[in-house]
Ligand binder design. Structure first.
Ligand code: F1X
Ligand code: MN
Length: 442
C-alpha cells in the first residue's frame, strides 16, 4: 500500500493518563461487573427455561467473566479463544500478529496492546463465556439496557416521527431546495443521535429527552467538519442520472440513534434520493448498545405497535420496506472483528466487494470512526482520506460525535484552539463531524 511507510502508533492504555488508559482501567472493568450482575439477576429465567442446567451455565459463565475481569485489572496476557465459532480462528490469528509487532519478550496484554484490539477482544470474550455454556449462549447481556434506553427516549421518538410524517405528507410538492433543507436536518438528527451510546457511560442510561429538531441550530457550532453538501451531491447526481442509488448505513447504537437512522433511510426513499437501503449491524452483542438483528427487528416492531398515530405509521412503512426488500439487514462478522477497515479488502473481500456496489456508505458512530482511521495518533490536520489508508469501497461519510481521542481532517490550528477552550473536546461527546471521502478525490 502506497501510504504504508509512515503510520502513527495505535492508541493504547500503555500511554498512562490517556483516554485509552482510563477506559481500560475504569470503564471496561465497570462494564464487566455490570454484565456479571445482569447474568446473575437472570438466574431464575435460566432456571425456568433450562432447569438446573441453566443455573449451572449461569454459574460457569460468571466464573469465566470474573476471571476475565481479574486478568484485565492485573494486565495479564490476552488468551486464545476456545469456543470454536466461525470467527475463533481469525481472532487467534490476529493475536499472533499482535505478538509479532511487540518486542521479542513481550506478549499482548490489556494495558500494552492497542486499545481498539483489547476493547473489541473484551466483548468477544464475553460472548465466549456464553458460547461455552450452550443453554444460555443466545442471551444478550445488554438487551435490557438497550430496550430501556428506547423506552426512555419515547417523547423524542414521537417528536421525530411526527415531524417525519409532516414532511412525508407534502414530499411530492417539495422543490429540490426544500428537499435539500430536510435532508440536511435529518442528517444532523442522525448525527446527534450518536450521543446516545451506552458504552461511554459504562452502561448508565442515556436517552434523548427533548425534540431533536428543535436543538439543531444550537448544536450547529459543535460540528467541527461539515461535508454534508458533498453527501448531497453524490445523492442528487446519481438520482438525476436516472437511477436513484443504493445507500448503505453501517449502524451503531440501538435505541434513539437507530430510530434516527431509520427516519433518514425512510426520507431518502420517499424523496427518491435512494432506491434501496442496506443496513449493516452486529452479529453479537457489542460495545453495550450496538444494534444486532434482533434489536433492529424489535425496534421496528415497537414503533409499529405504538399507540401514537404517527409513530405507528412510521413503523408500518418500515415493516413494509423490510418485507419487500427495499431495506436489507446484514450482520457480517467483520464488524465484530478488531481490524481497522483498511484491512477489509484482504480479510473480508466478500464484504468489501459488496460495499463497492453502493453509491454512498454512511458510517455511524465513534467506534466506526476509530476503525476507519485505525485508532491511531494522527495529527489533527491529516486529510481524512489519508487516514483511511486505501479503504474506499465507494463514496463514504462518517457521522460521529467525538468520544475517543482520534480526529483527522481539521483546519490548521483548529484542534489547538479547541484544546485551549475545552480540554475534553475529543471525548465528551459534545462535538461531532460529518466527514466525507470519495474515490474521485483520490
Ligand atoms: O461507537 P459509539 O457507540 O459511538 O461509541 C462507542 C464508545 O463509546 O466506546 C468507547 C468507550 O468504551 C469509546 O471509544 C467509543 O466512543
Ligand atoms: Mn456503539
Amino acid at each position: 500500500m502506497a501510504y504504508e511507510d509512515v503510520v502513527p502508533v495505535s492508541l493504547s492504555a500503555k500511554f498512562q493518563g490517556s483516554f485509552a488508559y482510563f477506559t481500560v482501567r475504569d470503564r471496561m472493568s465497570t462494564i464487566l461487573t455490570k454484565i456479571i450482575d445482569t447474568i446473575h439477576r437472570n438466574k431464575n429465567k435460566f432456571f425456568e427455561e433450562h432447569g438446573e442446567e441453566g443455573v449451572e451455565a449461569e454459574k460457569r459463565a460468571i466464573s469465566l467473566l470474573s476471571k476475565l475481569r481479574n486478568e484485565l485489572q492485573t494486565d495479564k496476557p490476552v488468551l486464545v479463544l476456545s469456543d470454536d465459532q466461525q470467527d475463533t480462528e481469525e481472532w487467534n490469528q490476529y493475536m499472533v500478529r499482535q505478538q509479532a509487532v511487540l518486542d521479542g519478550n513481550e506478549v499482548p496484554s490489556w494495558f500494552k496492546s492497542p486499545w481498539l484490539y483489547v476493547e473489541c477482544y473484551m466483548y468477544r470474550k464475553v460472548q465466549e463465556s456464553l458460547n461455552l455454556n450452550p443453554p444460555i449462549c443466545n442471551f444478550d447481556v445488554f438487551e435490557e439496557a438497550k430496550n430501556k434506553s428506547f423506552f426512555e427516549s419515547q417523547l423524542a421518538i414521537i417528536a421525530i416521527c411526527t415531524y417525519q410524517q409532516s414532511v412525508l405528507n407534502k414530499i411530492e410538492d417539495l422543490s429540490e431546495e426544500h428537499i435539500l433543507e430536510q435532508f440536511l436536518k435529518l442528517l444532523q438528527v442522525t448525527l446527534w443521535g450518536n450521543k446516545c451510546d451506552l458504552s461511554i457511560s459504562a452502561g448508565k442510561a442515556i436517552s434523548q429527552q427533548c425534540s431533536p429538531i428543535d436543538s439543531l441550530e444550537v448544536l450547529k457550532p459543535y460540528i467541527l467538519v461539515d461535508d454534508s453538501r458533498s453527501v448531497w451531491s453524490v445523492l442528487i447526481n446519481s438520482s438525476s442520472a436516472g437511477s436513484p442509488p443504493r445507500v448503505d448505513i453501517v449502524l451503531d447504537n440501538a435505541g434513539f440513534e437507530l430510530v434516527t437512522d431509520l427516519i433518514l433511510a425512510d426520507f431518502l426513499l420517499s424523496s427518491r434520493l435512494a432506491s434501496t437501503i442496506h443496513f449493516h449491524g452486529k452479529y453479537m452483542p457489542w460495545f453495550v448498545s450496538d444494534t444486532t438483528k434482533k434489536d433492529f427487528e424489535w425496534t421496528i416492531k415497537q414503533v409499529l405497535r405504538s399507540n401514537h398515530k404517527y409513530m405507528s405509521k412510521c413503523g408500518a412503512q418500515w415493516k413494509k420496506y423490510c418485507k419487500d426488500g427495499t431495506w436489507t439487514f446484514d450482520d457480517h462478522k467483520y464488524w465484530t472483528l478488531p481490524h481497522e477497515f483498511c484491512d477489509m479488502s484482504q480479510v473480508a473481500p466478500d464484504l468489501y466487494n459488496d460495499l463497492q456496489k453502493s453509491s454512498l456508505i454512511l458510517f455511524k458512530g465513534d467506534l466506526n470512526y476509530r476503525k476507519l482511521t485505525g485508532d491511531r495518533k494522527w495529527d489533527y490536520t491529516v486529510p481524512f482520506q489519508r487516514a483511511l489508508r486505501g479503504f474506499q469501497p465507494a463514496p463514504l461519510c462518517s457521522l460521529r460525535t467525538l468520544k475517543a481521542d482520534v480526529q483527522v481532517g481539521l483546519k490548521p490550528g483548529q484542534g489547538e484552539n479547541l484544546s485551549a477552550a475545552d480540554s475534553n473536546w475529543m471525548t465528551n461527546g459534545k462535538y461531532a463531524v460529518i466527514q466525507f471521502s470519495s474515490p474521485c478525490k483520490q
